[in-house]
Design a protein around this ligand. Structure first.
Ligand SMILES: Cc1ncc(COP(=O)(O)O)c(C=O)c1O
Length: 388
């Protein structure tokens, strides 16, 4: 047995739902959502940032041998622009665009304040983007956001406002103070009448998909596991792949915590559904109870399956990545970055699901490693638990 039986047993899928609304079709070039224009613009601007370089695409050959597939590749976002997560591509890009638009109107960037509610990673990107653009940042966090994540945002000069209650409470406070003070909200999720900035953020994330296609060359992913919070990251990646492959798009598989499976519930009902989160998953970036409607428009016709998983395997999988157990050497994988491999190994344990996902010896599997040690204290303690 190449992997510890304890680790394999901990990989659990709570629910798997095929998407009855999936329609294989050419990429729709949405007029008011992701399209070639906004994705190309994001690519041109982000790739011109100083310090930009594509994150590594690592081959997990030992994991591929174990699963009996042709290859498994892992997009390692722990190396993204010193922010340790793909989020660097979204919030910071939206802030840069917003600041440039304001400067074009003759407004001094120092007088602009951007604000957002966050679980940590998105706020870090907004705070970093504000620092680069010379604006002020006011960040709203809920009571569960870790001190290290708060400190990382403050280190970029952002003012941190901790709100009692959950994410929704922090968002309500952010919206209220933004209205009172004429601040610019830079949210990674859309709502009625608020689409432009979350669309820029998704266009920023699409850069990750385009890099991956360039790195994979002719080998297109037959399966891609996408960790989901509000769905923006998945929409950005899927749009890049869909534009490239058209109706031949591979199987796009959403992975959520069972504690916040708002996309799975929405796909099951074929309409947007809320989850009232009563317990927070360790995968903090996935703890979202409401989908982004912009992301829904891209993902509802394109997802193949939605899976929900438990937290049980996180520590063991983080240790597996750090120890090089999956191939590709030692990899710094944070909590959310384990979601894809947890779902893959759980599916491997379930012959019916494995068959319905049509895995076989020619499968080329892509895992999105969305973060590294974004909270070093949590990372070290989970790693010690996994290695113990
Ligand atoms: C590390 C990490 N992975 C995945 C996600 C999910 O991304 P989205 O909310 O765009 O679905 C997040 C969101 O914050 C995150 O921080």
């Amino acid at each position: 047995m190449p992997f510890e039986p304890k680790m394999l047993a901990a990989c659990q899928i709570i629910k798997a739902i095929p998407n009855s609304g999936r329609k294989p079709s050419p990429f729709p070039e949405f007029s008011d959502n992701l399209n070639s224009d906004n994705m190309n613009q994001a690519y041109a601007e982000i790739t011109a940032w100083s310090g930009y370089k594509p994150t590594p695409l690592v081959s997990l050959d030992k994991l591929a041998d174990f699963c009996g597939v042709r290859s498994i590749v892992y997009k390692d976002e722990s190396k993204r622009l010193d922010l340790k997560s793909f989020k660097a591509l979204g919030g910071a890009y939206a802030v840069a665009k917003l600041a440039a638009d304001q400067v074009a109107l003759g407004i001094d960037p120092k007088t602009i304040t951007v604000t957002t509610a966050t679980d940590g990673n998105h706020g870090r990107s907004v705070a970093w983007g504000a620092k680069q653009a010379g604006c002020q940042a006011e960040i709203y966090i809920h009571e569960q956001v870790s001190l290290q994540r708060a400190n990382a945002m403050a280190a970029f000069g952002a003012k941190i406002n901790r709100i009692s209650g959950n994410y929704e409470a922090s968002l309500a406070a952010c919206k209220k103070d933004a209205a009172t003070n004429s601040w610019h909200i830079v949210s990674d999720t859309s709502w009625k009448g608020y689409r432009e900035i979350p669309l820029d953020i998704m266009a920023g994330y699409s850069v990750m998909g385009r890099e991956t296609l360039d790195q994979m060359e002719m080998a297109k992913p037959s399966h891609c596991f996408l960790p989901i919070g509000v769905g923006g990251m998945a929409a950005g990646i899927v749009a890049s792949f869909w534009r490239d492959a058209g109706a031949e798009l591979g199987k796009m598989i959403a992975v959520e915590s069972f504690m916040s499976s708002c996309f799975l519930n929405s796909i099951e009902a074929q309409m947007p559904c809320l989850v009232d989160i009563s317990e927070e998953t360790l995968m903090a970036g996935l703890s979202c109870g409401e989908i982004s409607d912009l992301a829904w428009q891209v993902l509802q016709p394109s997802l193949h399956h939605c899976l929900s998983i438990t937290d049980d395997a996180i520590a063991a999988l983080m240790a597996g990545f750090a120890n090089g157990s999956f191939g590709g050497g030692s990899i710094e994988a944070g909590e959310c970055a384990t979601a894809g491999v947890a779902a893959l190994l759980a599916a491997k344990n379930d012959p019916v699901l494995w068959k319905s996902l049509e895995f076989g010896p020619n499968s080329i599997v892509l895992l999105i490693g969305t973060e590294g040690a974004t909270d070093p204290v949590i990372y070290d303690s989970l790693l010690a638990e996994g290695q113990g």
